[in-house]
Write a protein that binds this ligand. Structure first.
Ligand code: ATP
Ligand code: MG
Length: 315
């Protein structure tokens, strides 16, 4: 499922559904992590925990660009405090062809420029830190059945797409590759990582959501929900990792459409993977392999990803 590349100075160690991870060539043979790692975002798209085909053209570049922009804002660029992130090397450095191993450690190979980050290898925490400001998706399904989202009781009478009284933290257990992530209670995250870290994960996630939602709002966008991943660095500092606030990890809606739209579809005109999820939900019974995405869906998704980047960053 991954098209791992031959990148001088780097050795491939892991492929997730979307990203490929590399360590420096001279890292220990069996190392799956290292002080410096290269994270390459592919054009692969996943939905319902399956990688689909074909990929979305330019998606890896768009998601990386957006992540870098958000890391920068969260490092103080939005006026808030500096949230530690996993970026190690400057994004503009690109290794010249033929550079030796020492020189490339902090440089991005030209073949993957634009869709890669050099990061600090972290001790990743097995919790996907989901924050929801609005009710939709699996949260809406659970609310309709039980009046709760991930076990949290919500007021009666909410509709699909409604804003929640306040953002809620609904963690999930990050399942190993090939298994499905599973919603868990806050108490279960305490069992997984300890009380102190569980509280840090929750508080940091809510803080970042709040800051990002305000930034989005200033640009006429709603950040409906999002997912963060964190890891510990060598000094034990909780550090924001992976991708952040991208159209893969978040639901973004147009604020004006949300206000004036009549149907759920009009209100939740999305800039994210929802287009793919909706098509798949209507055209696949979730048994066997998922069907090939039609070109129209691929193009619409690519257009919306591009539009989101433009609306957020102005680029
Ligand atoms: P999905 O995000 O769709 O659930 P996935 O998490 O299986 O898929 P990817 O996001 O494609 O996989 O792969 C990225 C992998 O890299 C994840 O396992 C993530 O936890 C890990 N990762 C991200 N940043 C770091 C880092 N700084 N150090 C170590 N591992 C990292
Ligand atoms: Mg991931």
């Amino acid at each position: 499922m991954s098209e791992t590349l031959d990148l001088p100075g780097w050795r491939h160690v892991y492929s997730g559904k979307v990203r490929d991870l590399y360590v420096p060539e001279d890292a220990a043979r069996d190392a799956t992590t290292a002080e410096r790692m290269l994270v390459v975002a592919s054009d692969r798209v996943s939905a319902f925990d399956h990688v689909l085909s074909p990929g979305i053209p330019e998606k890896g570049v768009l998601l990386t660009t957006l992540s870098l922009w958000w890391f920068d804002r969260l490092a103080g660029g939005d006026g808030g405090r500096d949230i530690p992130n996993h970026l190690a090397a400057s994004r503009v450095l690109t290794a010249p062809a033929g550079a030796d191993a020492d020189a490339v450690r902090d440089l991005i190979p030209p073949a993957v420029a634009g869709r890669s980050m050099i990061v600090k290898g972290l001790d990743m925490q097995p919790v996907e830190c989901v924050v929801r400001g609005y009710l939709t998706g699996s949260g809406w399904a659970e609310y309709r059945a039980n009046g709760t989202v991930c076990g949290i009781h919500l007021p009666e009478g909410l509709s699909n797409g409604d804003r929640l009284p306040e953002p809620i933290y609904t963690p999930a257990y990050k399942a190993p590759l090939g298994e499905h992530d599973e919603n868990i209670s806050y108490e279960q995250t305490v069992e997984l990582v300890g009380a102190d870290l569980a509280a840090q994960l929750r508080d940091l996630s809510l803080e970042i959501y709040d800051r990002a939602a305000r930034t989005a709002e200033e640009r006429g966008l709603i950040l409906a929900d999002t997912k963060f991943e964190f890891g510990l660095d060598d000094a034990g500092v909780l550090t924001l990792a992976d991708e952040v606030l991208t159209s893969d990890s978040s639901r973004y809606w147009d604020a004006e459409a949300w206000k004036t739209g009549h149907s759920a579809a009009e209100r939740m005109a999305s800039f994210d993977k929802q287009i793919v999820r909706d098509w798949l939900a209507a055209n696949w019974d979730r048994t066997g392999e998922p069907p090939t995405l039609p070109l129209e869906i691929v193009e619409r998704t690519a257009d919306r990803y591009r539009e989101l980047l433009q609306r957020l960053t102005g680029w």
